[in-house]
Design a protein around this ligand. Structure first.
Ligand SMILES: Nc1nc2c(ncn2[C@@H]2O[C@H](COP(=O)(O)OP(=O)(O)OP(=O)(O)O)[C@@H](O)[C@H]2O)c(=O)[nH]1
Ligand SMILES: [Mg+2]
Length: 266
């Protein structure tokens, strides 16, 4: 737990992108506000849904009588990262925390993110599964671990974080408003904001990445291809000289991953 002393209670806008997460909305909202109230913080919850048509609207409307929760429905548009950008435009507070709806990111950790961002020498807070104290519930299948290793290795030159792929993060208004034009594709909005926001002083908060118990994952091959497109854009932005070598770097990571996979299957 990060300790922070202040006279005014810090406030945060909590942004959650959703697509067909109806079963998770109520437990998520209750756990978010239980954590917020226990920590003595102030917060609003902004759910950005891509027209799931699964009852999300009715659930949020009924919760809105009890909690400061708002629903933004985008129609005719899809994408986790772009949904978070819509949430940023709607945020009332200067500190924003972003997390997934499926409860893989424990809402009880939100106060730690808010307090970390309040520290003067912090411009980005990332929830890490791979740093000291972090972890993943259950055992990921071997191939998923390999894919995650390749994806993380490719992002490290852009963002020296132990878990640059994480979707649980906090950032301040100054960073996103002062960032270079944001044009993410796919899922990795934290990486986009870290790189384009020219962040230099990250704080890592260890998290335990839980198992999804309701709804289905939207992560598929399309997202993995989008991730490579996104990386290419970010390399061009941050490391234009290295961006020429990006395909080689990609091939090297894939070669190592293939070698590891073949050896472990032998
Ligand atoms: N608004 C919006 N949200 C999305 C979209 N795709 C995924 N999400 C949300 O983004 C969050 C993460 O999506 P998941 O499908 O859980 O992906 P993941 O956690 O990276 O992958 P898993 O570990 O397999 O669950 C969840 O809250 C999803 O509902 C989308 O196209 N639009
Ligand atoms: Mg998930």
């Amino acid at each position: 737990m990060i300790l922070y002393m202040s006279s005014a209670a810090p406030a945060a806008s909590i942004i959650v992108p959703t697509f067909r997460e109806a079963a998770n909305i109520e437990p998520l909202t209750r756990r978010v506000f239980a954590a917020i109230s226990e920590a003595g913080l102030e917060a609003e919850l902004i759910i950005v849904d891509d027209d799931s048509q699964d009852g999300t609207e009715d659930i949020v409307n009924s919760l809105a009588g009890e909690y400061p929760v708002r629903l933004i429905i985008r129609r005719g548009e899809r994408g986790l990262a772009s949904a978070v950008l819509v949430g940023l435009q709607e945020a009332s507070h200067d500190s924003v925390v972003v997390l997934d709806a499926d409860l893989q990111h424990p809402p009880e950790m939100i106060p730690d993110f808010v307090w970390a961002l309040e520290q003067e020498d912090c411009d980005f807070v990332i929830g890490t599964r791979y740093g000291a104290g972090g972890g993943i519930a259950g055992d990921w299948p071997f191939m998923r671990r390999v894919v995650s290793w390749v994806a993380t290795s490719l992002a490290k030159p852009l963002a020296p974080l132990s878990d640059p792929m994480s979707g649980f993060f906090a950032v301040g208004r100054r960073t996103w408003e002062g960032a270079a034009p944001l044009d993410p594709v796919g899922f990795k909005i934290a990486l986009e904001l870290y790189v384009k926001g020219r962040c230099r002083r990250p704080v890592e908060v260890p998290i335990r990445f839980e198992k999804r118990t309701a709804g289905a994952s939207k992560l598929n091959v399309r997202q993995q291809i989008d991730y490579l497109k996104h990386l290419r854009r970010l390399y061009r932005f941050k490391l234009p000289r290295l961006s020429v070598a990006f395909p080689l770097f990609l091939l090297a990571c894939l070669a190592v991953a293939t070698l590891v996979t073949v050896r472990s299957c032998a």
